[in-house]
Structure formats: structure tokens, C-alpha cells
Design a protein around this ligand. Structure first.
Ligand code: PEP
Ligand code: MN
Length: 458
């Protein structure tokens, strides 16, 4: 394990030890030396539990429950990501910011899969290759928060909502409860079971009926109609409905309980891909330490606070064997900042010789507070960041392999402004459902895919 940059940073943090790191026993079992426990104290964002006996019983159970995905599926995704990094496929990753247990119902799940599969079909139509569809689903229940507490009228200063895996949204339910992790596992299992069963369903043919009537007022409408017609004519529906699952692996004790040895390797078998958030990607932190022991394809969010040499170190630690399709760099700067940061970050990674898969998260750098206090995003800002990412990669001789967006399959949600769906700031309160970040509604999501398709197309 010889890495010049990161070795010096690790050395600065104190002596290394090969003893199992408290948060990365799986990593240690793979005989990869753990960072010093001093370094691991930087582990950010995780919930902790008071009732140690209850906590122990929850983790004992979680570590015995069956895997939700197969290692071979994770390997298959890795191979597809390698193709995308080569410009031979395009990734559409999307879903809720925070999935909710209460939304685990057939109609909503079907709508969510449908919008993602349709987005994939739209970009696939432009590139002429099958899309790689990755859903933020079946486990996207844990959120890092910028502040641990928040002020709620009538309740004063209470713990922030950290996702259904950790606490409840209702102010009275904000205490961290380890039993929720089991609820999370069973909701993930039910979700994944239903989504997989849909691939066998006759109704899947309706996934090909993409209605672009709502873009009639747009100058791009004729082109959109053509793309939609192309999707309808194209090959087998079941093949188009191939999807993978992903979530932010924020709560490491949970993720580790769902990590299993497979031969010499360790896979997190709760999802095909897991990613590290922009708040938890510290080079010496527990998240990076855990992730570097995984065989899954992994992602890491990169925002404006990332330094060029820090990114070079990070990709070296996370993809030491230079595997193609292994590491997705999910950039999220904001449409006004991408020009300043992405070119330097591309150059820094290129200099390491480490292959990465570049994905643009067009949403997280573009969150603003609207008049009235609701968090929102403007459709045009989201698309500006995605189309700029494509142009910047092309100019740098690099490849934008995909996009990453927060979207819902629900048609009538009003959380993001703009697009042909014409959601105004005043409309936001009409149907604002999210408990965390604002999502593009189903029409805005399709319009986002159409916009990318027009840019990607021949
Ligand atoms: C998210 O993807 O919901 C998220 C919290 O993103 P980031 O880590 O980029 O802020
Ligand atoms: Mn989010």
C-alpha cells in the first residue's frame, strides 16, 4: 500500500496500526491496515445510540440478515461504469434526497422506477447505447446534516431530521433510535423486491410511452418529439428496465453490518453502489477508511471546498489498483462555480493516472432559499451545471459519464422552480413534500433528460 501523497498525510496524523479500526472491522479483515484511531475520530455525521444493549441486538440481527444484492451484480455495474467512463454509455442516477418509509408503496415505487427508466431511455436514444440507470432507492434513508439541531416553532431547538433510518420527521420523534435501522432494512428489502418484480411485468411496455406534450411551448419541442418516438420504436422493454441501486453510506455501523466477505474481498451487499457525501469525505476520516476496503463500485461527492491535491490523494486512496469503473467522482459545485473548479479537478485527477468515472450532480450546488423560506432549485441552474460539465469535459479531453439528480416520479410535486412545467416560487407551497432537499418533479426530470439527450446526440 504505497501512496506517496496520502502516506505523508496519514503519517502526519499519527502512527498507523493494523488493529481493527472501530468503524472498519471489515476493512481490517481484508488485511488492509486501518488508519490510526486518532485519524478515525474525524468520522463525521453518524448517529450514536444511548441504549447499548438495544444497539448490540440490532447490529447482531442486521449482520445475519440476507444480502439485498449479489456481488456479481456489483461487478456488472462496475463494468458498465467503465464503459460510461469511456464514452460508450451514459449514466442516469436519480431519486429522492431522503427516501421515506411511508412512500414504500406500489404506485409510488413504480412511478419512481418509471421516470428513471424513461430518463435512461431518452439519453440512451441520443448516445445509441443502453443507459446505466442507478436509483437512489432501497436504502437512501440516512442524511448527513449541515447542523445537528434546528429550531422548530413550538418545540424550540431540536435534533435535525437525519433520515427515516435515524429519527422521525415529527418533532416529537427526533431522538436517534437504533430500531429504525431494522425498519430501514425491511423497507429496502420490500422496495427492491417490488422493483425487481416489475421487470417481469407486462405493464413495463407503458414505460416506453413518453409523453413530451408538456414541452410544446419550448423551441426544442420538435426534437423532443423525435427522441420520444425513437424510444417507443426501440428494442425490448425489459432490457431497458435494468437498474441498479445506490445510497449514501452515511451510517457506517449499519453499512458495515451489511458488508460481507466474498472470497478475499468485502462487498457492501445492501446496494450495488454506495457513495461518500461531500460532508464526510475527509481523507483521514472513517468513511474513506471504510470505503477503501470495499469491492463495490463507489462514489464520492466533490464540491467547491475540495482542494486539487486533496482530490489527487483521495482518488489514490479510493482506487489504489487503478480499476476502471471503480470510482465515481460526483461533482456538485453550482452552476456559477463549476467553471472555476471542474477544470482544475479534472487536471489534478488526470495527473494521478487513476481512472475515474465523472458524473455531474446538477442539484446540490444549486440549492437556494425561495421567498417564503422553502428550499428550492431552479431548473435552468440545474441544467446549466450539467451542460457546462459536458462542455468542460469535452474541452479537457475528458468524458462526462453521467448525471446525478434528485427527482421524483410524482407529476404534481412543486419543489423546484422552472422548466416547461412552469413551477413558480409562489407555486412551491402547493405540493411541497420533501423532508430534505427539493426534487425535480416527473416532468422536470424528463425535460432534464431531454436536454442532456439534445446535447449528447449526434
Ligand atoms: C445528497 O446527495 O443528498 C447529499 C447530501 O449530497 P452532498 O453530499 O453532495 O451534499
Ligand atoms: Mn440531497
Amino acid at each position: 500500500f504505497a501512496i506517496a501523497h496520502s502516506e505523508s498525510r496519514r503519517a502526519a496524523a499519527g502512527p498507523r496500526t493494523t488493529a481493527p479500526c472501530p468503524v472498519t472491522a471489515a476493512t481490517a479483515r481484508a488485511h488492509r491496515p486501518c488508519a490510526s484511531s486518532k485519524a478515525a475520530t474525524t468520522t463525521a455525521a453518524m448517529a450514536e445510540y444511548e441504549d447499548k444493549a438495544l444497539e448490540a441486538s440490532v447490529f447482531a440481527k442486521l449482520s445475519k440478515l440476507p444480502p439485498l444484492v449479489q456481488p456479481a451484480e456489483c461487478d456488472e455495474l462496475k463494468a458498465l461504469l467503465a464503459k460510461a467512463a469511456d464514452g460508450k454509455a451514459f449514466i442516469v442516477q436519480g431519486g429522492d434526497c431522503a427516501e421515506r418509509f411511508m412512500d414504500c408503496e406500489a404506485e409510488r415505487l413504480e412511478a419512481q422506477l418509471k421516470v428513471l427508466v424513461q430518463m435512461g431511455a431518452i439519453v440512451g436514444q441520443a448516445t445509441g447505447t443502453p443507459p446505466v440507470v442507478i436509483a437512489r432507492i432501497a436504502g437512501q434513508y440516512g442524511k448527513p446534516r449541515s447542523k445537528p439541531t434546528e429550531t422548530v416553532d413550538g418545540f424550540g431547538e431540536i435534533m435535525s431530521f437525519k433520515g427515516d433510518n435515524i429519527n422521525g420527521y415529527e418533532p416529537a420523534e427526533r431522538k436517534w433510535d437504533p430500531k429504525r435501522l431494522l425498519d430501514g432494512y425491511f423497507h429496502s428489502a420490500a422496495t427492491l423486491n417490488y422493483l425487481r418484480s416489475l421487470r417481469m411485468s407486462a405493464d413495463l411496455s407503458s414505460f416506453k410511452d413518453i409523453d413530451v406534450g408538456f414541452t410544446a411551448s419550448s423551441a426544442a419541442h420538435a426534437q423532443n418529439v423525435q427522441i420520444a418516438a425513437g424510444v417507443k420504436k426501440s428494442g425490448k422493454t425489459a432490457e431497458q428496465a435494468v437498474f441498479f441501486t445506490a445510497h449514501e453510506a452515511m451510517q457506517l455501523d449499519l453499512e458495515e453490518a451489511l458488508t460481507r466477505p466474498v472470497g478475499e474481498a468485502h462487498y457492501n451487499l445492501s446496494a450495488h453502489l454506495v457513495w461518500i457525501g461531500d460532508r464526510t469525505r475527509q481523507l483521514l476520516g472513517g468513511h474513506v477508511e471504510y470505503f477503501r476496503g470495499l469491492a463495490n463500485p463507489i462514489g464520492v461527492k466533490v464540491g467547491p471546498s475540495m482542494k486539487d491535491d486533496e482530490l489527487a490523494d483521495l482518488v489514490t486512496v479510493l482506487n489504489p489498483h487503478k480499476e476502471a469503473g471503480k470510482l465515481v467522482i460526483i461533482t456538485r459545485y453550482g452552476s456559477g462555480k463549476i467553471d472555476e473548479f471542474l477544470p482544475k479537478h479534472i487536471a489534478a485527477v488526470k495527473a494521478t493516472g487513476i481512472p475515474v468515472v465523472w458524473q455531474c450532480d446538477g442539484v446540490h450546488g444549486n440549492t437556494i432559499t425561495a421567498n417564503g423560506g422553502l428550499k428550492t432549485r431552479a431548473f435552468d441552474d440545474v441544467m446549466a451545471e450539467c451542460t457546462k460539465a459536458l462542455a468542460i469535459h469535452r474541452a479537457a479531453g475528458s468524458v462526462l459519464a453521467g448525471i446525478h439528480l434528485e427527482v421524483t416520479g410524482q407529476q404534481t410535486v412543486t419543489e423546484c422552480t422552472g422548466g416547461c412545467a412552469l413551477v413558480s416560487e409562489d407555486d412551491l407551497k402547493t405540493n411541497y413534500e420533501t423532508w430534505c432537499d427539493p426534487r425535480l418533479n416527473a416532468k422536470q426530470a424528463l425535460e432534464a433528460a431531454l436536454t442532456m439527450a439534445r446535447e449528447l446526440g449526434p
